[in-house]
Every structure is written in C-alpha cells, then in structure tokens.
Design a protein. Sequence first.
Length: 635
Amino acid sequence: MKKILSTIIFLPILLAGCMKLDFVPSDALTGAALATNPAAAEYTTDGIYSMMKDMSSYQNSQNNSFVRQYFLLNELKTDNICYSNTSTDPFWKAAQFIDDETTPNNSYMWYICYKMIYAANSNISGLTEDTKESRQLKGENHFLRAFFHFTLTTLFAKPYGFDQGASPGIVLRIGTDYSETKRSTVAECYDAIEDDLKEAIRLMSPGYKRGNNGYATQEAAHALLGRLYLYKEDWDACIAECDAILGDNPNSHLESEVTTLYSTAPTSKEVLWCVDITDTDIANMPPKGNLASMFDSPDGTQNTGWGELYLADPLHDLFQRFPQDKRYKDIIRLHASVPGLLVYWTEMDEGSMKPVIAYPDVTFNKIDTKEVKNDFGEMKLVDVYEVAAVTSCVTANADGSYSFTYDGKALKAIPDNTASKICDEFPGYILNDGSNTRCYVRQVMPTAIATNELEWDDEKKKKEIVSQTPTAVWDGSGCSIRGAGGQFLCWFSEKFSHQTNLTYPISSSFIMLRYAEVILNRAEAYAHKGTVDKALADINVIRTRAGLTGAAQMSAGNLAGRGYSDIVDAVLDERRMEFYYEGLRLQDLIRNKRDIDRRFLNFAKAEVIPYNDLRIQYQIPMDETRVSGIAPNPR
C-alpha cells in the first residue's frame, strides 16, 4: 500500500502515563487491541490531544505544531494583520498569497491532521458503548475526527455556499480502510462531519467532561455542529444547535472580564474546548515557537517573542469607534510610545503601502566628545549626544482637526464628513490635500532613542531613529527619527500571552471553541434570516461584556449611522473584534462573499483579494498529489 500523507498507516499514537506522554507504535494498539483492553483507549485518546500541541521539525521547517499552524493559517490571509517586515518563517508565503504545494506549514497541517484522524479511527473501531466512560471516549474520538476533517476542509477547499458543496473537498478517512484515495466533494465532507458530530452528541453525556476544558464534551460538539451549519448556510439548524447549549440567559456563559477568559482558559466557564498548555509543554518547545511570540514581545527586544505581527489599522479604527471597549483597552498594547500626537497616511510604493509620517521633533543634549574612525580608517573627533526631549509637531484644534507641517506644506487632518466616513461616533480623518486622503491620528508618538546612525534630511526635516543604542555619536550633520517598531506602531495583542498558571511570560492554552462564538454564530444566522431584533440582541450580549453599554449598544435605529446597510455586516464586524487572531476571520469573509481588503500600512502587498480568488485555498502537498494522484487545487 502506498504510504502517502492521507494514508499513513504506521503511525505513532501517543500513550499518556500521568503527566508524561510517550510514543508507542500504532500497531501495538489497533482497534482490535483496544477492544480487549478498553482502559488503554483513555491513553490513546489523550495522545491525540497531546499531538495537537507537540512541536516538531517537518521538511526542515522548525516550530511546527498543530495549534500554531491552525491559528496562523486561518489568519495570515485576512485583513487583521500588519506585517512589520518580510520573514524567513514559512508564514510569509501565506501572508503574500504565494504558498505552494511545497510550503512546509500547510504541508505539515495536512500531514498532522491525517495522523490524528487515523488515531481517532483506531480508537473508534475498538471502543464499545458498554459504560458511560467508554461512550464518552468514543464520543470524543468522533468529535476529534470531525474537527480535523472540518479544519482540512476549510483550509484546502472552497466554502460550501459557493456551489452548494459541489467543488472538490478533501480526502475523507472514515474507518480504517485506506485502500482508496480520492477527494470527496465539499458536500460529502460536510455530511461526514455532521454525522460524526451527531454521533458524538449521542454518545457523550450532557454536562460531563473527563477533566478540564482540554477534553471534548457534548456541549463542544453542539458548538462545532452549530459552526458547521453556519458555514453550510443552514440558518435554522445553526440556531437550533446554539439554542441547545445557550439556554435562556446567554450572558451567564460568558466571563465578566475579557482578560479572565484568556488567563483562565483551561477552567473558564466560557471555554467549551481548548488545547491545554502547561509549563511542561512549554519546556518542550522553543520559546519563539510559541504562537504568542508572533503577536507579542513584552520588552520589544525579541528576547521573549518575535512581535512581528501587529494590529492592522482598519481593525484598530474599528475599535477606536468605542475606545472603552475592553477587548481593545485591556488586551491590546502599544509598545514603545509616549503621550503626544502623531499623524500618518500611506502611499503606494512597489505594491506595498508605505508610511508618510508627521514625525515629532527631537532635541539632543551633548554629553561627550569622542575620537572615532571613519570609513577610510582616519581618526576624528565627534560629539556624542543623547535624546533630551520629544515634542509633537501636531497641534489639536478646537474644531476637532489637527494641524501640522509636512514637506513645507501646512496641512490638517480633519474629521471625515464625506460619504466615506467610518461611522458617526468615529468618522476617521482625511487630509485637506485636495484628494481627501485617509489619514490616521494617534494619541501617541514613538519613544525617541538616540542612535549611532544619525542622518539629516534638510529638505523634508524628517527625523528617524534607525537603531536602539542608548547614545548617539554625532558629528553635527543632524539626525533622523522613527519608532522602536521601525516604520510601524507596535500594536501588540496579549490574547495568547498571560495564562495565570504558566511561568513563561507569553504563553496560554489555545481556545478552540467558546460560548461567545456560539452567541455570534446564532446572531449571524438570525441576520441572514432577516430577524434583525434577535441578531442585535445577541450582538449586544457580547458588547455588554466588552463594556459597551448604553449608547454604545447596537440598535435598528443606529445601524445606518454606524455605516451598516446590512445587519450581516454589523455581525461580521462584531465577530472581527471578538475573534481577531482566533482563526475565524478568513472564513467569515469568504463564505459571506466579502473581499479581503489589505490596502493599509503593511509590509505585505497592498491589494484587494476577491473572495473567490484561487489563491485563498491552500495547496495540497506535493507529497500527496504526486503519489496518490488526487487533483491539486487550481491556481
């Protein structure tokens, strides 16, 4: 039999003993073996959970784990991320929509999902329904098999609603007969996933779990089935699944504080299922292989995190409508800033949006004179300076505009009262440059740092900080300034950074399903049905927890003033704010036939990606297509 990625038979299934997990050959614990030793099924099932977080090298690519690639692959092609620079990490290919059949991260996702599907199949074939415990374990394995098939379908196939599921899906592996390898249709994949989740619900007992939130439950199966029906555009079925676990008081399932949700994920009442991360797990992974390291760097030096992915300006402006939003003020942090005013806008430069910034004024104090060697090896005396003060060059006016001078021109950033305004509460700003250029006014400035590479641009009087040494060797020719994050403001997200029982400073368990999603799944289903009042009621449950009460609530009367002609778009914006970086945004856009607008300050190419662009679906690995002969995704 050909051993291709979707048909790997000789697989290691993890066997857990207390807190330690060891590998044993899969042929030592086949379905038949489990039938004679049902107690072993608990260990082999726990092994699947463990495989989701194990770090491994794959195709010479480091830092691979299911959870890391699950969140990144589902976010990298969205409009949520400002890429601070190019990267040697494989994620950069996805960010640029140039991934192919040899890209390691999507190849790894295909490989690891089928590895875990095979393990679940072995467990299902060997488990009986004789006891509550064995039924629970069998139900968990049906849930896990459904989850991995669903993950592959959303990443490698088109949304169901494009053609009612007629397009090619993935290779379905139901049972242990792997004699045939073919791509099922998306509809066939959805049917198989639905069957597994219904079986999981039948087998597992309501309200029962084997431990903390790291174990699947009947409620988690209802939540995932609700997501499936939402993606399938079966609105009534989605609502029914959500109703099954929400009850009469949806708010009772939410944590009162957003930070509590992320800091207590393994035990939080809001979390339906997570991948539970412990200090032992972190000790077995490279610190920068942790997902949090992509979105956060506590000290900004990359010693404990790369901090390469920042909040995109459109998402930032969405939060700026109501800056008291706890999802914004409690878990989004601007690194290396001082109070003041900064104005910037963007211009196209070789396909990317580059910043044009009204930088603050910086003054220096002379602190020493040193002898240094120039490029010709000659010694000369130069003065050494340190930063004395940073002063905004932007003035706030009584009419809400902001004045500054750039390139010798007196300009203003004025509130946008044109048809392009963001919303009544936060219209955004445009320049009085004759073109109504969209600009950004931030109430902060970069922290000035003296450097050893000082340059002066006499024409534009721009100042840039080009390195982070504590003092500057300066020969009197001037200096330039920019922020500690280079040409971007470092908007770090702490969503994955601060679980209370973990020692490492940027670590957390990974939330895969939570009640807030169930509420907003139902809200979207109501919105598509045109049941506006019920959709708004669910939106406002989420906004209330975020601290957006009173006038900040959504109503039929203020939808238009907030820029919404369609209630569905209001739900999608709420989902964007609630779930950014959590792996839902890409599907939210394309299944709703919304294009991906990435025309914002960003190192990636500035473009609008049509929702049906063939580059959105990831490429099936060459290792699979060349051996099994299944059709690759078109490009």
